[in-house]
Design a protein around this ligand. Structure first.
Ligand code: CTP
Ligand code: ZN
Length: 156
């Protein structure tokens, strides 16, 4: 095959490339990472890029910042097939699959209005992660209410 006419987004020198993100969830990934666009580093977001493996995928490139393992694992909630590529001097120095943490603290709200985490008590939500991939669900540690993927995606 001939050379591609152009690269959509050029290779980065140093930083993190989050590849194979479930199409349509790049913005949720940015929210999980707390990236608002007000940071001083360059962030490139590609959505609905054609991909052999997934049909379509999203990609996020963060220049000059290497993500920590805790941040990376939370990404698995919304993008279970994501790969994290740490880039150093233009080379892929490390490539890792994301793996969901066993519990999620803070971040999300329980859907049960009567749950203690929605009362005036100073109790912050904790969820137990159950199932995997697209079927991953979150069970409230306090009241047992279960949130499925569509339900927790809405909160990001
Ligand atoms: N990448 C980048 N800048 C670099 C090196 C790589 O932006 N300096 C990006 C690539 O464009 C790709 C991802 O990081 O989206 C992973 O790079 P690489 O491992 O070279 O690509 P693949 O072999 O296609 O990855 P995989 O096997 O994970 O599909
Ligand atoms: Zn609850």
């Amino acid at each position: 095959m001939s050379e591609k006419r152009e690269l959509r987004v050029e290779k980065i020198r140093d930083g993190t490339v989050i590849d194979h993100i479930t199409a349509g969830t790049a913005l949720a990934v940015l929210r999980i990472l707390g990236i608002t666009g007000k940071e001083d580093y360059v962030v490139s977001v590609l959505m609905n890029v054609p991909s052999g493996k997934l049909g379509r995928k999203d990609i996020v490139k963060i220049e000059g910042r290497e993500l920590s393992p805790e941040e990376v694992d939370k990404i698995a909630l919304v993008a279970p097939k994501a790969t994290i590529n740490i880039i150093r001097n233009f080379e892929v120095a490390r490539k890792e699959a994301v793996k969901p943490p066993s519990t999620i603290k803070g971040m999300l709200k329980c859907q049960n209005v009567a749950c203690i985490t929605n009362s005036r008590e100073p109790v912050s939500p904790i969820f137990k992660v159950e199932g995997e991939g697209e079927n991953l669900t979150l069970r409230c540690y306090y009241c047992g209410t279960v949130m499925n993927r569509d339900e927790f995606l809405k909160q990001f």
